[in-house]
Design a protein around this ligand. Sequence first.
Ligand SMILES: [Zn+2]
Length: 398
Amino acid sequence: MGSKKVGLVYTDEYQKYNFGDRHPLRPLRIKLTYSLMEKLGLLKNERLEILSPRMCSKEELEMVHSSDYINAVKKLSEDPDDKTVKPYVYGLGPGDNPVFKGMYEASSLVCGASLVAADIIWKENDFNFAFNPAGGLHHAMRNKASGFCIFNDIAVAIKHLKKLKKDIKIAYLDIDAHHGDGVQWLFYNDPNVLKISLHESGKFLFPGTGESKEIGEGNGLGYTINFPLLPGTSNKMYLKIFRTCIPKILETYNPDILLTQLGVDTHFNDPLTQLGLSISIYRDLAQTMETCVTDYCNNRWLAFGGGGYLMSVVPRAWAIFLAKMLDVELENKLPDSWIEEVKKTVPYEDTPYLLWDRNDKIEVQLLAHPELAKKMIDYNKSLVKLCDEKYLPTLSKS
Ligand SMILES: [Zn+2]
């Protein structure tokens, strides 16, 4: 059990990572998350410490990104109309990653927050878990922005940890609905970073990668593990794969620390994706993760946020994860004052009244389509088989 302290890295300055009112990634979700955590009493917990982030330096960004790209972001951040930089060369511009004033500082702050989280776990003996809800920008590449991610804070944190301990073994588990491509490609040949991603198959969803045949290269062969899932995957189906495979993988790899990207765009109502999970699954996932951290990952857990495009869903899911880190059992209800806040700030979303919702919708739909359900179950069995017969034997040989 994690009886030591838990760090939550937070600042209102996270609101500055903002692509504009019409962009799906709204920083409001972080604010509503913090507010819910506070109203549930989690921030008063004696084991919790709220940590202020710092800015990540240019040198630290250069551990992951090219200076050419960093300079371009910096210039456009100062003057979004700077004609000496071609934004589209760097994945920036109208669409997913619009240029905005101050984006260099906003992105560096998110990276710095992940560094604070990494440091507190690795250097301070009385902390074993830390959570940066603004982090998890897993799509950013060495030379370009991608999928709402300008700088890859996860990769920066990984590089930082590798500097603190040269031969550190890191397991990275990504449950975002989108494939964790940036982290995968940045460490594709690195056996000391195990990349595990469960996501909606790239056949149906951005970024299009994350097939089970992507298993790493060179020394990293066997250290990339992908579970591409079908649209409509339900809690029951997802949990079956998760609980069967993830603990075995982590036990076999036995890392020094577990990093998790906790994207919750896997929710059945998420506007950008088609998976079929409901909030109650995040309690189960948090439980399994915590057990894995304690048993197989040296009791060190560094958690990042990630996707999630319903302002009423993200806060509930991430409050559940924080509660698990603190060993707090939450009841299935929401504070009235938070419900009012959601009504006021996101009137166009269904008002939530319970902390976790039920998943009847997807399970009932599947009952009505037994052939489809069988196909999905068979497909998931093939993923578990792949894990047992291919991924695990390769890992245990190392
Ligand atoms: Zn996502």
